[in-house]
Design a protein around this ligand. Structure first.
Ligand code: ADP
Ligand code: MG
Length: 300
């Protein structure tokens, strides 16, 4: 197991930022750590990377306990903190070489060049960090996190504040990294998780409210949403009274959006109702429900 978190709690004064959290991340998994602001994502990541201690519970990275073996953990963890702290006065190569020195990397010069290439910094590589755009600064942060070739990558909101092109580049990069490493990535952007993660852990007020495979989460938590269009007005009460129907919204005359529990054969039931009332069905189709809707329903 790459990361094992067991019954972790963390208090800031009397405020509980994490309440008895447990989860694991396997080798080669890309796990999205999703939750609204203030949920406890950064706090959890600081504990995994040995930046702050927990108050209760235990955390292991590649089998090493963060409290008793912090140096062994740091050797195996790459961390991109939320604020991406960098030395703006340093040149990219200078900075990465400095970081390489801290980790005692042998063949530092070659490794720095490798990283510059891997994260796509080559065209900007002659610049000082302070001269870079946000997207390129983020690449320096990623290069820094991966320089010592860690088994585990902890990325705290790696794509926040990037424009759509930069976003796609960084996402692709993380996805390709994820093939060899275990990645825990925090975000409050749903599409991000949908785009790059195998699994998603949703945290709210310091507690885990969901831990699911991506595909499973989408399927299981979904209610079916059906667009139903018939030739004349229907009494919405008739639709509401079908078993499993949660919500009916009239759009225009004869047009309804119906939410129903999955697996209740709602399309068949709606068709029957139309036939019974002697109405023609103009259109009936399932709407895709986004993970965003699922997230909202879980964290509200
Ligand atoms: P997230 O990263 O999910 O936005 P954080 O882990 O940063 O959440 O914060 C969780 C909660 O802990 C928030 O209520 C935040 O205000 C509080 N918190 C975080 N860091 C500190 C700190 N150093 N001192 C006091 N409270 C903190
Ligand atoms: Mg945070």
């Amino acid at each position: 197991m790459s990361i094992r978190v067991q019954n972790v709690s963390k208090f800031y004064g009397s405020q509980a930022a994490l309440k008895n959290i447990s989860f694991e991340v396997k080798k080669g998994e890309v796990v999205g750590f999703l939750g609204p602001n203030g949920a406890g994502k950064s706090t959890m990541m600081k504990i995994i990377t040995t930046y702050i201690p927990s108050d209760n519970g235990s955390v292991e990275v590649s089998g090493f306990n963060v409290d008793s073996k912090p140096i062994d953990v740091r050797k195996r963890v790459g961390y991109l903190p939320e604020s991406n702290p960098l030395y703006y006065e340093m040149y990219i190569r200078e900075y990465l070489s400095f970081v390489g020195g801290l980790y005692g990397i042998s063949g530092r010069k070659r490794r720095v060049e490798e990283m510059i290439e891997m994260v796509g910094l080559t065209p900007e590589s002659h610049k000082k960090i302070g001269e870079l755009s946000k997207g390129y600064k983020q690449r320096v942060g990623l290069a820094q996190a991966m320089l010592h070739d860690p088994e585990v990558l902890i990325l705290d909101e790696p794509t926040s504040g990037l424009d759509p092109n930069q976003l796609e580049d960084i996402r692709n990069l993380i996805q390709s990294l994820g093939k060899e490493k275990s990645v825990l990535l925090s975000t409050h952007i749903m599409q991000e998780v949908e785009a790059i993660c195998d699994r998603v852990i949703i945290i709210k007020n310091g507690e885990i409210v969901a831990d699911d495979q991506m595909a499973q989460l989408k399927e299981e938590r979904e209610v079916e949403v059906v667009f139903f269009h018939v030739s004349d007005k229907l009494n919405t009460d008739l639709i509401s009274s079908i078993s499993g129907v949660i919500k009916v919204r009239g759009v225009e005359k004869g047009q309804y959006i119906v939410s129903a529990k999955k697996g209740g054969g709602i399309i068949g039931e709606l068709s029957k109702l139309a036939t019974k009332k002697g109405l023609d069905i103009e259109e009936i189709r399932k709407e895709e429900k986004s993970l965003e809707d699922v997230f909202k329903s879980l964290t509200k």
